[in-house]
Design a protein around this ligand. Structure first.
Ligand SMILES: [Zn+2]
Length: 759
């Protein structure tokens, strides 16, 4: 009820905000909490200026307006006393002078990829809230290939008002590119590592100088590992920014992951959700100490987040370590969230040597590739080293890397449909890599491969948090879900409906407990019930109606005590069987429909989606699913009289495409979207293609990307004929699907999908 009221309210006031900057005399930023219909009516009829953010409305009020609201009994909390004074201290758009804007950060990233195409690639991570593009940089030799090299991730700006991270990272990226071939150490590192720099995780927050994204969510509470609903997060990985983040971490195997914040000086490593140390506490401690000693800080303290800073659930570091097995931490760069501009470069220079050191250290310890012994193809595997947190190898190349100091270790390699192998007395020497390539013969048996999310209700401090106990074959080592808790698990393979059960859940103890099993085709569901079980049970896909699934959500039935050891169902293992999929010329598209109100993206239930001569509607949660024939499908999406989207998509047989449809608000005259269509013909093309943009639109650049968003070609200031047509040579592109992006002088982009035909 309340959200629909706020929604109408937003329509009335969205554009008022834009018109009234700079601020009125005495204007304040205030959180307004609307509790009932009368209060909503009052706010709406008085044309109060604001935007929804989580469970409150962020309003911009002068003192008279504030006292009127308070007089109505509406609860108000002042966030910023004097907006004029605050903005006087800031430059354009609230970003202090001397700091790069988001647009400038992207422009630097793009120019590095254009000028250093052999070692630097811009990878599109999708679209964040407020229609903000998300981009990461990959820096490595043979940058367009995923190679057998240790991977390192640096990210920053997840809290938009903490300016140190993005500034630090974009300078690091620039130095790596400029010094390649000149600085021996940097050249060596770029040749032998894959360095990922995700320089601005929350561009909305950066643009509007807020910690949160446009939904008012603290993204560093929204990650799935031991999620507990903090920071306005409505579910694990509920936000576009954290979904993109999860994808980056799951598509790669990062040995070391540094996430940059500002507001204090500290290296904060897992756990942040509980006080007990991690299995890899010594590894974290050793590397954090090395980071601090290598840095230019006089004293950079480090320690476990829970004890050294404060307790939080849903952080990036707990996900990076708990689910992915990385050395994962937050580095707090500076005492101030927005230090004076003169300090930006000195702060970067303090960190640069430590960052290079971490890139180097990521290659030391144990490494190898896991393959099938007959085909020699890389296979997905779980790698257990002693009792440390397990890791998954890289899903594409099959390589794994784990930082280890000198010692003798035992490795256990587990892969679906293959024999488990154990290697004892594997010797690791300090600052070197021991290589252990593994070839596994086939053997029956497939088991859960990795944890994506866990929900720990009430943050049960008695629980041992042994999520890795649920992975691999049954071994009587278990993960207790907690009372009403759940785990979302990636099976690694897609299971297909057929005769007999597809899934077997193991508890294997003397006190069988209850749970339910749900299946999904994406890590975010929608979750459809396979059945309820107690102790060991088998389950079928058939009751879900899903032809296929890859992800399972196992939820405790809610019986028994909550704040005790081993609370809830004790999950030992999940086995599954695969069947060859039926040959099918159709593909499915599913996702959610959204409406973009410029300052806010909201779900748009009941949107009408036309394709060919068919029509479907998104349901009351805005979810839709389409089964379409392969080839070009033109999606035309309408929502009431407000929203419109035209979206051409090319489908391959059997493809399951997860596609959120974000409609524009049509009333907006100043806003044109990403999804503006670009005309390309002939399409499929061979040799050359003609590009035509909309009327009065002169592209300043045309970029050709592969479907992963990697830039392959960029033409600056292309020449058009009198009809506005631009001829592009594409003879050098291999057959396949490409994205063509044209950008005009205002930075607005249009996108087309180009198919290069085979001969
Ligand atoms: Zn922060």
């Amino acid at each position: 009820m309340r959200s629909s009221l706020l929604f109408i309210f937003l329509v009335l006031t969205t554009f008022v905000i834009k018109a009234q900057q700079p601020w009125r005399q005495g204007e304040m930023q205030v959180r307004v909490f609307i509790e009932n219909q009368a209060q909503a009516d009052f706010v709406m009829t008085n044309n109060i200026n604001g935007e929804t953010a989580g469970d409150f409305v962020r309003c911009y009020l002068i003192p008279d307006e504030l006292s009127e609201l308070q007089h109505q009994g509406i609860r108000c909390e002042v966030e910023v006393e004097d907006l004029n004074a605050k903005s006087a201290a800031m430059g354009e758009r609230g970003v202090p002078n001397g700091y790069y804007t988001v647009e400038q950060l992207h422009a630097i990233a793009d120019s590095l990829a254009v000028n250093f195409p052999d070692i630097c690639q811009v990878v599109s991570m999708g679209i964040g809230t407020g229609m903000n593009e998300l981009k990461a940089l990959k820096i490595s030799d043979n940058v367009h290939l995923d190679e057998n090299e240790a991977e390192v991730l640096f990210d920053g700006g997840i809290h938009g008002d903490e300016l140190g991270g993005p500034e630090n990272l974009i300078r690091f990226a620039r130095d790596l590119c400029y010094d390649y071939g000149y600085d021996a150490n940097i050249t060596e590192l770029i040749n032998n590592r894959e360095i990922w720099i995700y320089y601005c995780v929350n561009p909305y927050g950066r643009k509007y100088m807020t910690r949160y994204n446009s939904f008012g969510v603290d993204l560093n509470r929204d990650c799935g590992y031991m999620w507990n609903g903090e920071g306005n997060s409505s579910g694990p990985f509920s936000q576009p920014e954290t979904k993109a983040y999860r994808k980056l971490l799951m598509d790669n195997q990062f040995v070391i992951h540094c996430s940059y914040h500002s507001g204090t000086e500290y290296i904060s490593f897992p756990w942040s959700y509980r006080s007990a140390p991690t299995r890899d506490a010594q590894h974290h401690l050793q590397l954090a100490q090395l980071y601090a000693q290598t840095s230019g800080y006089t004293n950079l303290p480090y320690g476990q987040g829970y004890n050294g800073m404060y307790a939080i659930n849903g952080s990036t570091k707990d996900f990076g370590y708990g689910a992915m097995g990385s050395i994962s931490w937050s580095v707090e760069l500076s005492l101030s969230k927005q230090p004076p501009a003169a300090q930006i470069v000195p702060i970067y220079l303090k960190n640069k040597p430590s960052m290079l050191k971490m890139v180097e250290m990521a290659g030391y310890g144990i490494q190898g590739v896991v393959r099938d012994s007959i085909t020699s193809k890389p296979i997905p595997a779980l790698i257990f080293v002693d009792d440390f947190m397990c890791i998954n190898n890289d899903p594409v190349v099959g390589d794994f890397h784990k930082f280890l100091p000198a010692g003798n270790y035992t490795l256990r390699i587990v892969a679906a449909g293959h024999q488990t192998r154990i290697f004892e007395n594997v010797v690791v020497v300090d600052n070197q890599a021991t290589t252990l390539d593994v070839a596994l013969p086939e053997e029956a048996g497939r088991f859960a491969w990795r944890i994506i999310s866990t929900y720990i209700p009430g943050n049960n401090p008695q629980d041992e948090g042994n999520t890795m106990g649920a992975l691999g074959p049954p071994d009587e080592v278990r993960y207790s879900l907690g009372k009403n808790g759940y785990a979302i698990i990636d099976l690694c393979d897609t299971i297909t409906q057929g005769d007999g059960p597809e899934v077997e859940v193991f508890e294997n103890d003397n006190t069988p407990e209850g749970y339910m099993v749900m299946a999904g085709t994406t890590p975010d569901g929608p979750w459809i019930l396979m059945g309820h079980g107690t102790g060991n049970e088998v389950f079928e896909l058939e009751p879900t109606g899903l032809p296929q699934a890859r992800y399972l959500k196992i939820k405790d039935s809610g019986v028994g005590q909550s704040q005790v050891p081993d609370a809830g169902f004790d999950l030992d293992a999940i086995g599954y069987t695969i069947r060859p999929p039926a040959i099918d010329s159709t593909a499915t598209i599913e996702g959610y429909t959204y409406i973009d109100w410029v300052y806010l993206i909201e779900k748009a239930p009941g949107a009408e989606i036309r394709f060919g001569d068919q029509v479907v509607y998104s349901d009351d949660s805005a979810y839709y699913r389409i089964v379409a024939d392969t080839g070009w499908v033109n999606l035309e999406v309408h929502w009431n009289m407000f929203g419109y989207l035209y979206y051409p998509v090319y489908l391959l047989p059997g493809q399951q495409l997860n596609l959120d449809l974000i409609m524009d608000w049509m009333e907006s005259a100043t806003w044109r979207t990403w999804h503006t269509e670009l005309l390309l013909y002939p399409n499929p093309a061979n040799g050359s293609v003609i590009l035509k943009t909309g009327e009065n639109e002169i592209p300043v650049s045309i970029t050709i990307c592969n479907v992963q968003g990697a830039v392959l070609d960029r033409i600056m200031h292309p020449k058009a004929n009198a009809a506005g047509e631009i001829k592009l040579e594409v003879a050098h592109l291999r057959p396949g699907l490409y994205l063509v992006v044209s950008m005009d002088e205002t930075g607005q982009t249009s996108i087309g999908r180009l198919v290069i035909a085979g001969n």
